[in-house]
Write a protein that binds this ligand. Structure first.
Ligand SMILES: *[C@@H]1O[C@H](CO)[C@@H](O)[C@H](O)[C@H]1NC(C)=O
Ligand SMILES: *[C@@H]1O[C@H](CO)[C@@H](O)[C@H](O)[C@H]1NC(C)=O
Ligand SMILES: *[C@@H]1O[C@H](CO)[C@@H](O)[C@H](O)[C@H]1NC(C)=O
Length: 667
């Protein structure tokens, strides 16, 4: 942490004119964005719907994800297979129009045209017409040719045949001014991974949407929709080869639900998942024009043993991590219902406050930088909806700016009574002294030193064998240090009536805690050290950890795995990669080309020792090559090779409940 970090969330520091590769901060000039899932929005009264949209517009959200599916009170527009209720499509169209007008064209929608949960009646989504026809064999939806054709008809009716009530009778498939993208389905194969059969459905439907229906011509994205349901920290559920190699899929939709843990914040998994240049992000970046965009289409608050006091903290941590990594995201989900321990956030009821934290990270997303260029699907915010309706004191959306902030925003929602409010395991960090002194800031996350990490506190050191950047070498050993303290207010002298009485108040009251965005840190100046030594007996006093030099010297290393993802090991020190170095994510043909020492099977430089992930029978049985009806010539490679013969699988009811994600977490 640089000295100024604590002020950084209030004050924009000098611009990025001379980028220092000190951390993994993104400097590319692309916009990220944030948004929300609102599954039932179209069913509200026009007044309530519009009030909701106005509040969402004010938050800085740029995308709302809508679902076409039944709920307990409302039928699916396809009440019986092949039969569509036009009035329900009109109602949905009214919602598209309202979003377009109220946001002055600044907000777009993503449409989930069907929900895999409706095939099983799971997650509070009633069993729909497809579900009744499948009668429990829900995987036949994907592997049975007749079912595929019926679903393609649904998609054609929605995106080709239905004449928009509010957009001059045009097809939804042409409305790129309001529709950013269309999911293949919400969570295809929900909860089932590896995919046992019918995996070729993914690319087949993607081709149908993109080329047959023609979303491609309109620059509307085809989105994978959260394949197999919840993404695990180390898994590949949402991005199997069948999706990554399918040319017709533009965006990989990722759905993940993570809670705060003892050694991780709710945001830690996101920070780890999207390290720039890692296997996932480098593969997505792909060759020019052939890459995939990555979107966290659903993330949520997941209740933990820490309790509801930590809901805001967990929301901020996740949004902040995704903003830092420049990956766009949609919170799942907004509601008019009570929030309690669920993922739900109610934007219109002021007695709930989770919306405050969510608005904060939405605001951050509005100006966050991304390594991915989304402008084809969502142009950068232009003039911004400087809406007359935005309430006083509300944050006004700025002009097209990209953030110039040079330090990570600290989480202001960590409750004061937390065991740790700064630099704890799993917290985000942007410099060597941004973590507790015994931890290391690696890949933007405070973590325990690996067993072979060099230069730890207590280890031997000399002029050749240096310590980690925040530690001093003293008396031949790397010396322990203490976190730079916050400046405390001068307390009024209290009168004691009984000598020696312990003050009744909690001594932490009125104290500035380390994550206070309004606080400041002590400097190394002599008066400070003098003042501190009066508070702490000098025999116990550890020196304040070193602030990193500018540019940072780098931690000691023997291999790239001791360094950050954007560094390599040179002459015993972690050294920032320049754009011409073959570092993490760079194209490669052999191991000796990579400064990280390893060229992975996707032709990208990677760290050695990555866990090999077996992607299951569906993805790996790609021996036979046969044409899939509807797949244009040249697109049949890769995913179209997977098994697609019909396979009747009856999933027992009990089992279904287990594999499905708790109803509170998914939209
Ligand atoms: C992003 O892509 C668009 C085309 O889709 C292109 O016009 C634009 O220049 C790109 N932006 C940047 C910053 O490269
Ligand atoms: C960042 O700096 C650039 C160049 O100085 C400026 O144009 C832009 O508005 C700044 N962004 C924000 C969000 O202030
Ligand atoms: C920081 O200061 C502002 C303005 O004085 C105040 O509104 C805000 O509540 C303070 N934040 C914290 C965390 O104390």
């Amino acid at each position: 942490m640089f000295l100024s970090t604590v002020l950084a969330s209030l004050v924009l520091l000098p611009s990025l004119a001379q980028p220092v590769v000190a951390d993994l901060r993104i400097t590319a000039n692309h916009h990220s964005f944030g948004g929300v899932n609102y599954p039932l929005l179209q069913f509200f009264t026009p007044q309530h719907r519009d009030d909701t949209i106005k509040e969402i517009v004010k938050s800085g959200a740029r995308v709302i994800r809508l679902f076409i599916r039944p709920d307990k009170q409302h039928p699916d527009p396809e009440g019986e297979i092949g039969g569509f209720d036009k009035s329900l499509l009109d109602q949905f169209d009214d919602t598209l129009a309202a979003i377009h007008h109220l946001s002055k064209g600044q907000m777009k929608v993503i449409i989930a045209p069907h929900d895999a949960h409706a095939l099983r009646g799971s997650n509070d989504v009633p069993c729909d017409a497809y579900c009744k026809k499948l009668d429990g064999a829900f995987l036949d939806f994907y592997s049975n040719d007749e079912m595929r054709e019926l679903y393609k008809t649904r998609l054609e009716v929605f995106f080709k045949h239905y004449p928009s009530k509010n957009f001059d009778g045009r097809s939804w498939g042409e409305l790129s001014e309001i529709i950013l993208g269309v999911d293949l389905q919400n969570q295809p194969f929900s909860g089932i991974w590896p995919i046992p059969s019918g995996e070729s459905w993914l690319c087949d439907i993607a081709n149908h949407l993109k080329f047959t229906i023609g979303l491609d011509n309109a620059n509307i994205a085809v989105i994978s929709g959260g394949i197999s349901g919840p993404q695990k920290v180390d898994g590949i559920e949402n991005f199997p080869d069948s999706a990554v190699e399918c040319a017709a899929i533009d965006v990989i939709g990722i759905h993940g639900y993570f809670s705060k843990e003892v050694h991780a914040t709710a945001g830690t998994p996101w920070a780890n998942m999207f390290i720039p240049g890692n296997t996932l992000t480098a593969r997505a970046k792909g060759k020019e024009g052939k890459g995939k965009l990555l979107l966290v289409e659903e993330w949520a608050y997941v209740h933990s043993k820490f309790g509801l006091h930590y809901k805001k903290e967990a929301i901020f941590d996740q949004g902040n991590a995704l903003n830092y990594r420049g990956i766009p995201w949609l919170y799942s989900h907004l509601t008019t219902l009570d929030e309690s321990r669920t993922a739900r956030v109610n934007p219109l009821r002021t007695e709930y406050t989770a919306w405050t934290a969510l608005k904060d990270v939405l605001k951050g997303a509005y100006t966050s930088r991304s390594n991915f260029n989304w402008s084809k699907y969502l142009p950068p915010p232009s003039s911004g909806p400087t809406n007359a309706q935005s309430g006083e004191g509300e944050w006004k959306l700025k002009k097209a700016g990209l953030t110039n902030i040079t330090a990570l925003p600290l989480n202001p929602y960590i409750p004061e009574q937390s065991d740790c409010t700064f630099g704890c395991e799993g917290h985000l960090c942007d410099a060597a002294d941004g973590c507790a002194p015994n931890l290391i800031c690696k890949n933007s996350v405070c973590q325990q030193n690996a067993e072979n990490q060099l230069g730890r506190s207590g280890e031997r050191c000399d002029s050749k064998k240096v310590c980690q950047e925040h530690l001093r070498c003293s008396g031949g050993k790397c010396q322990a240090c203490s976190v730079r303290p916050s400046i405390q207010p001068v307390e009024p002298k209290r009168e004691r009536t009984i000598p020696g009485e312990v003050p009744p108040e909690d001594p932490r009251r009125n104290r500035i805690i380390p994550n206070d965005p309004n606080g400041s840190c002590h400097t190394d100046a002599l008066p400070t050290l003098f003042a501190l030594s009066q508070v702490t007996p000098s025999s116990n006093m550890l020196p304040i950890c070193l602030s990193p030099s500018s540019p940072p010297r780098g931690n000691p290393c023997e291999s790239a795995s001791h360094c950050d993802a954007n560094q390599y090991c040179s002459w015993g020190l972690c050294t920032p990669c320049s754009s011409s170095d073959a570092c993490l994510g760079a194209l490669c043909r052999s191991n000796n080309k990579c400064k990280t020492g390893y060229c992975n099977s996707y032709g990208r430089c990677d760290y050695p020792g990555q866990k090999k992930i077996i992607s299951g029978p569906g993805a790996s049985s790609g021996k036979r090559s046969r044409r899939i009806p509807g797949v244009p010539k040249g697109h049949e490679r890769g995913p179209a090779k997977v098994r697609s013969e019909a396979m009747k699988i009856n999933v027992p009811k009990e089992k279904v409940a287990e594999t499905g994600w708790p109803t509170t977490a998914t939209a």
